[in-house]
Design a protein around this ligand. Structure first.
Ligand code: HEM
Length: 141
């Protein structure tokens, strides 16, 4: 039997390292980083690790908000979504994740796009609306 994507990515430690690098790239990317200006970054990292681990068939359970609820009112554009995917691919390349595994991972994340993108324009670098309410910090969960 083909091993799970989780195993082929290198398990939990590898996923933690990948998410750490990825969130760092997002934070340094002027095309998207304004959206994260009020985010609790430790919570975000924990949630992304659990989400990717679970989606890849690993022994994790994602306990965060739904993709629709999380991104509702953030006014994420199509261009910003593409920028974030580019940052993820750059991370996966830096970790030498092969094309097959990259494709499988993007294949499970890509279908979430309709719950995330609210503005179908190529514009990037847009601000987070004042009205957006983020998730509580992890310690408060
Ligand atoms: C397939 C693409 C994406 C996935 C899988 C994803 C996944 C997630 C997850 C799991 C969380 C944490 C939810 C929680 O804390 O309960 C989150 C939060 C967040 N995401 Fe995304 N996301 C994606 C695309 C984007 C894009 C394109 C942007 C903006 C450029 C974005 C901006 C944010 C922000 C700002 C937060 C923090 C929200 C807060 O403060 O509570 N995401 N995302």
């Amino acid at each position: 039997m083909q091993s799970s994507l989780y195993d082929r990515l290198g398990g939990k430690d590898a996923i933690v390292a990948v998410i750490d690098d990825f969130v760092g790239r997002c934070a340094g990317d002027g095309r998207i980083n304004k959206k994260f200006s009020r985010s609790d970054i430790p919570r975000l990292k924990t949630m992304l690790v659990d989400q990717v681990c679970e989606a890849a068939g690993g022994p994790c359970t994602y306990g965060g908000r739904s993709m629709r609820e999380t991104h509702d009112g953030m006014r994420v554009t199509a261009g910003e979504f593409d920028a974030l995917v580019e940052d993820l691919v750059a991370t996966l390349n830096a970790f030498n994740v092969p094309g097959v595994e990259q494709g499988e991972l993007l294949g499970v994340l890509g279908p979430m796009r309709p719950d995330i993108v609210e503005i179908e324009t190529a514009e990037t670098g847009t601000t987070l609306p004042e009205s957006y309410r983020g998730a509580p910090p992890l310690a408060a969960v």
